[in-house]
Every structure is written in C-alpha cells, then in structure tokens.
Design a protein around this ligand. Structure first.
Ligand code: NAD
Length: 470
C-alpha cells in the first residue's frame, strides 16, 4: 500500500548499530534507567509523544496499510495510550519486592524477597500489520521494567516506521533508547549483538532465525508468531451471531491480524444460515461495495497481494461471496469460499488476508481432529457453541495461545491478561503486568546475619533445611 512516503524512510547505517547497542549497554550499567521515577517519566513522555504526533501516525498508517481512522485509533494509538496509562497506574505495585512464604522465624531472620531486576539492554522487533502497536507495546514493558532498549519497526510499513523513529527520538532519552530502521541487513546486524532479551513479532520462519541468533548468546526470547486460527461452529451454536462476529473479525485490517479467524469448520445443519448471515453482514458493512469503502484497509504490498491471490487461484473450493481484486489498489474483497478438504490451498498456510475458507464437518470429534491436522497450536481458537461441555471438550483437545468463545479477537483486547502463543505460535507473553514480567529477572535475595553462625553450625544441616519445606 505504501505507494508514497510521507516522510523519508531512512535506514540506519549498519556500521552505527554496534556502537549504538554498546552506548545503551553503558547507560544500563550506569543504573540511569533503574529508578522508578525515571521509568515513569519516560513512559509519560512516550504517551505525549504519541498524542502530539497522533495525526501524522494516522496518516502514516493510512499510507502503509490503508488503515481506516477508526481502526488506527482503537487498535494502535488509543491501544498504546491505554497500555501506558495502565502500566503507570500499576508500576510501583509490580516493581515492589515479592514476599516469600516461609515460617515466621526464618522470614524474620533471613528477610527473603524476590527483587524485580531489569534484564539489561533488550531488542524489540515489530511486524508490519500493527506497526505502531507491535513495536511500542513491548517497548512500554521494557521501559517499565528498567531496561534500555532498541526498537526495530517493520520496514514493510515504512511511513509508520519513520514516524515511530521521529516520535521515539523526540520523546525518549537517547542514551537509553534507540530506533534502528531498515530490513534484513540491519536486522541481521542487530542479531549479531548480544542483547539481554529479544522480543520478536512476525512469521515463524524468521522467528527461527531470531531464536537461533539469540541462542548463540544464550539470550532469552519472547516470540510472538502466527498460525491458522480455527473458528469451530458446533451444531448448538447461534449461526447468525457467529457469522456477524466472524465477518467483523475478518475485515478488521483486511484480515491482516495474527489472531484473525483463518478458517471455519461448521456443522452441516448451520451452513445455509451461516452463509446467508455472513453475506448479509458484509453487505451491511459495505453498502456501496467493499472496494469503494474508506473503512477497509488494503494489503500491505504487492508481495502479499500475490501471495494471497495465489492461494485463491489455487483453491478447489467454490467462491460463495466476494473474489473481486485489484492489484493497482492492492484491494482484495472479503471472500467466503466453501472448500471440500483440509488439503485445499487455502489451508496450506496462514492466510493473513480477507479470505475465509469454510469446511463442513459432521460431528464434534471430527471437527477437533480436522482442526488439529490443519495446524497444531494456533495463536487463537474461536469456539461457537451454546453448550459448556462442547466448549470444554474443544479447549481441552486443541491447544492455542488464547481463545474466545462465541466471538473473535476479544481475548487479546484486555490489557490485564497476558497475550502470547504456544508451540508454533510463539513462546512467552506480554501486555500489562505480563510485559513488565517479560522484561525483568526475578532475583531471589536472602540476608544471612553474621550472628547466625553459631546457630547454623548446630542445626543448619537438618532442622533448618527441612523446615523450609514445611
Ligand atoms: P514483517 O515482514 O513485518 O517481519 C517482521 C519483522 O521481522 C520485521 O521487523 C522484519 O524486518 C524482520 N525480519 C524479516 N526478515 C528478517 C531476518 N531475516 N532476520 C531478522 N529479522 C527479520 O512481518 P511478517 O513476518 O510478514 O508478519 C506476519 C506474521 O507475523 C504472521 O505470521 C502473523 O501471524 C505474525 N504476527 C504475530 C503477532 C503476534 O502478536 N503473535 C502479531 C502480528 C503478526
């Protein structure tokens, strides 16, 4: 979509990356980022930096992804703002030492506690689909936890990346935080450096590159990946409601969402009602036709346009609605396709676009086994059912990063619960307290008073060690 640049996208010179990381490491060692007051000040500056540049950020998101104003606000700008306010409200509570459960006497003598120590200098690599949110929300956790940090926004969204650099460089302490812009050469050079934690959001192939590079330095990783997220609509479900909610989740950001509904498995008795309601909902959303709507995003670039249209060209399924495309405007219409087999091209990879394949499956056990065959451990799982026992059975038998019942996307919209994948869809989680926890080391500390020497000699080996367990 980024056919024009609002402000120049300047790649960071590769030779400056190592010295930048080294500068940030020195700042960390100086303890400058440790005081809570410093972290709070940086978070407040970030909040106002985003507010002051809100208009430019909206324009950049529009230029990169055709992101409509409403979506830019709720899923990027207000989302980030709400995250900062939530973290500011809770930071002192989270940062306080955790008390340790020990018998009273030991607690009194040893003062055992768990300190929340910053990890050091961390790297945040963002993805293109939510270019601001995915670069900045992990950064908020890194700042809150007292780290210094490098942020690498996605070069696939160059306008947003350029504005993010401008915001961060204008708002934050340059001794502690830096933006590196660029593509593979810059990312590769970053990954040559030794960081204390890496948070990467993007596809699993690059996730493996990141994890391999991190392993050389024994650097822990937080990997936010993707997957083929199923929507399972059982016989007991409200098909109309499912259709309406899945349609909404599918058109959001034109389906370019890691937790977007990827495909539908539905009981045959609900097929007609679901299809009718899905089409009716899309017509209601876009009365003049989706291609004319200013409220629908566009595909990020030609590469992804061709990737998605290839999936559609190769399907053996039947298009029930949609199918219109226009390469010059990177437009693909929200499209419902009835497919006959889990081997169909539309289920060969994460669609990450506005196509919705639908498979008809007779009973719940088969629905579960088909979904498991299509993709193990997706990032999200959507269950549409009126029966608690069906919900429970699906949750138990299909692993996923998160799940929403009788709706889509919602489990990721709550700042107070962790967001992350499992297995192929990622490792670790963040958001709110989980972000703080992701970027601290929980360091146990005990004080052994010198006057304990005599007592220790007598009883340490037996009484004391066993009594810890009581
Ligand atoms: P992308 O092309 O923007 O790439 C992501 C990041 O990886 C970019 O910053 C890019 O510069 C970097 N990168 C690319 N090649 C690299 C390399 N060889 N070495 C190091 N870094 C490299 O985005 P994408 O990967 O196409 O994003 C889509 C995928 O991300 C989907 O699978 C989606 O599900 C997933 N995703 C997951 C989440 C989540 O929170 N779990 C969020 C958004 C997207």
């Amino acid at each position: 979509m980024a056919s024009h640049l609002l402000i120049p996208f300047i790649s960071t010179p590769v030779e400056t990356i190592a010295p930048t990381v080294s500068r940030l490491q020195s700042t960390f060692t100086s303890l400058k980022t440790h005081p809570l007051a410093y972290r709070e000040e940086q978070l407040r500056k970030l909040y106002w930096g985003i507010k002051d540049n809100e208009h430019q950020l909206v324009q950049a998101l529009k230029a990169d992804l055709g992101k409509p104003y409403f979506e830019a606000m709720i899923s990027e700008i207000d989302w980030i703002g709400a995250e900062i306010l939530y973290v500011l409200k809770n930071l002192r509570k989270w940062a306080a030492d955790d008390k340790v459960d020990l018998p009273f006497l030991h607690r009194l003598v040893l003062s055992p506690r768990i300190r929340k120590e910053p990890m050091g200098t961390v790297l945040v690599i963002g993805a293109f689909n939510y270019p601001a949110q995915l670069a900045l929300v992990p950064l908020i956790g890194a700042i809150a936890a007292g780290n210094t940090a490098v942020v690498k926004p996605s070069e696939q969204a160059p306008n947003s990346a350029a504005i993010i650099a401008r915001i961060l460089e204008g708002a934050l302490d340059p001794e502690a935080y830096a933006v590196v812009n660029g593509g593979i050469p810059e990312s590769t050079e970053l990954l040559n450096q030794k960081f204390d934690k890496i948070c990467y959001t993007g596809n699993a192939a690059v996730g493996r590159i990141v994890a391999t590079a991190a392993a050389k330095h024994l650097t822990p990783v937080l990997l936010e990946l993707g997957g083929l997220n199923p929507c399972i609509i059982t016989k007991s479900a409200d098909a109309k409601l499912a259709a309406k909610r899945i349609a909404w989740g599918k058109v959001h950001n034109l389906g370019q969402i890691c937790i977007g509904p990827n495909y539908v498995i539905i009981h045959p008795s609900l097929e007609a009602e679901f299809v009718g309601a899905f089409i009716q909902t899309l017509k209601k959303f876009f009365p003049e036709g989706a291609s004319k709507s200013p409220d629908l995003a566009r595909v990020i670039n030609k590469r992804h346009y061709h990737r998605i249209t290839e999936l559609l060209n190769n399907t053996k399924g039947t298009i029930l609605y949609g199918g219109e495309r226009d390469e010059s405007r990177l437009f693909i219409e929200p499209t419902l396709v009835k497919i006959a087999s889990p081997e169909d091209s539309l289920l060969s990879e994460e669609i990450f676009g506005p196509l919705l394949p639908m498979l008809i499956v007779e009973d719940l056990d088969s629905m579960i086994s088909v979904a498991r065959k299509i993709g193990d451990c997706p990032l999200a799982l959507y269950i549409f059912s009126a029966k608690r026992e069906e919900e429970e059975k699906i949750l138990k038998n299909i692993r996923s990063g998160g799940a929403t019942v009788n709706d889509v996307l919602f489990h990721a919209a709550i700042p107070s619960i962790p967001f992350g994948g499992v297995g192929e869809s990622g490792t670790g989680s963040y958001r709110g307290k989980a972000s703080f926890d992701a970027f601290v080391h929980r360091r146990p500390v005990v004080n052994q008073p010198s006057w304990m020497e005599g007592q220790l000699r007598v009883c340490f080996a037996r009484t004391l060690s066993f009594s810890f367990l009581v």
